[in-house]
Design a protein around this ligand. Sequence first.
Ligand code: RP5
Length: 168
Amino acid sequence: MIMTEGTTPEVAVIMGSASDWETMKHACEILDRFQVPYLKQVVSAHRTPELMAEFAHNAREAGLKVIIAGAGGAAHLPGMVAAQTTLPVIGVPVRSHALSGWDSLLSIVQMPGGIPVATTAVGNSGATNAGLLAVQMLSAFDPRLADALADYREELKEKVTESNAQLV
Ligand code: RP5
């Protein structure tokens, strides 16, 4: 089941466990900032494999355009979702306790040829960039988002310039 609230979501932010939320909320913050409608949902490759399959099979028909999937450890969620939809999937490796996210990164990034997952950095920066990458994908067909992204880059530039004042 794809859980929606109101407006048809264009992006899905899914994660393997509620414990991934502290990381994945950074993707949602970006989507909020750019006013992109999205849904967020826990979908586990290991604990709810049937739900994962149903989600992936129904995603395009539900109106979604991009899927962001975060997982940690033996992080099969992004790859298994990508295997079952032709929508673009962005994988976020969540930092694990045991191996600091190396396990998550390698599980997500090393997809076999034919089934791509666009893999970000481990952790919060990766989730932020997943949100931005989703917005950038949508901006190819949406001038409002293209303008908003240009403004965002200007803000980043200004912050660097302002940071020079701290070098005292
Ligand atoms: C993965 O196992 C999840 O993505 C999470 O990062 C990790 C640990 O899950 P919990 O044991 O915290 O639920 O499936």
